[in-house]
Design a binder for this molecule. Sequence first.
Ligand SMILES: [Zn+2]
Ligand SMILES: [Zn+2]
Length: 265
Amino acid sequence: MSLVTIPVAPGVSCIQETGVANFMRCNIWHVQGRDCDLVIDTGMGLNPLKQYIAQSTDKPLKAIATHSHFDHSGSLHEFDCRLGHKLEAEAFAAGGRDAVLFKGAWTEIDFICPQRHGDFDRQTYSITPAPLTGYIDEGDIIDLGDRAFQVLHLPGHSPGSIGLYDLKSATLFSGDAVYDGALLDSHPHSDKQIYRHTLERLQRLGAEVIHAGHSPSFGGEKLDEIINGYFSGQNIMPDVKEWFAEFQANENDPYANQNWPESGC
Ligand SMILES: [Zn+2]
Ligand SMILES: [Zn+2]
């Protein structure tokens, strides 16, 4: 099994697929609740995820996709309850390589370690269709019994990107709207103008803990820094292929497990 679990906060764990290029590795969040648990994003589908999570809970699982990109929606099909934004409903339902892998463009990059995933084939890799069983949108509340999340529509990176915000603990699950790294605003369905509004909104939100779609969690000050970096043109993902070539040249092991702070965030 190429999955690891990182305990991050009480009732919140980050699950990661291993043997994946560091910057591509999606955070799969398992949030435990009194009445049900949430699985926020599902990785690339390299491993049976539901079975893995079932080892640590007996609660019903609601899978929520922050958006349809392949690194977040790969194992969504395994879950009976699949929630996401209706603006990306067609992509979730289609799966495959066109809509969620941008006609396979991402597979031009060696984002999977060949030694660790011997049976992975970049030419045929595709996402299993996972039609949504329900839509979530701005203002909806996801209630776990002992904690509740407000759904935020955070378009820009993709049209149907959503975040989940727990106002009581000022904790945001942000998907790819923001993470601690160079932000991506150049997908065919990205919208830079709308993304700007989303990021301005996130700066005003007052979130103190951000559990993002990639990389370790961070706090409010860092959030500001990341977004201001984007606004000043410093923190934007350049050409992905070039970036990855540079990354491979500079890292001993681009697929190494990530270092998360001991105490989480
Ligand atoms: Zn994305
Ligand atoms: Zn992503």
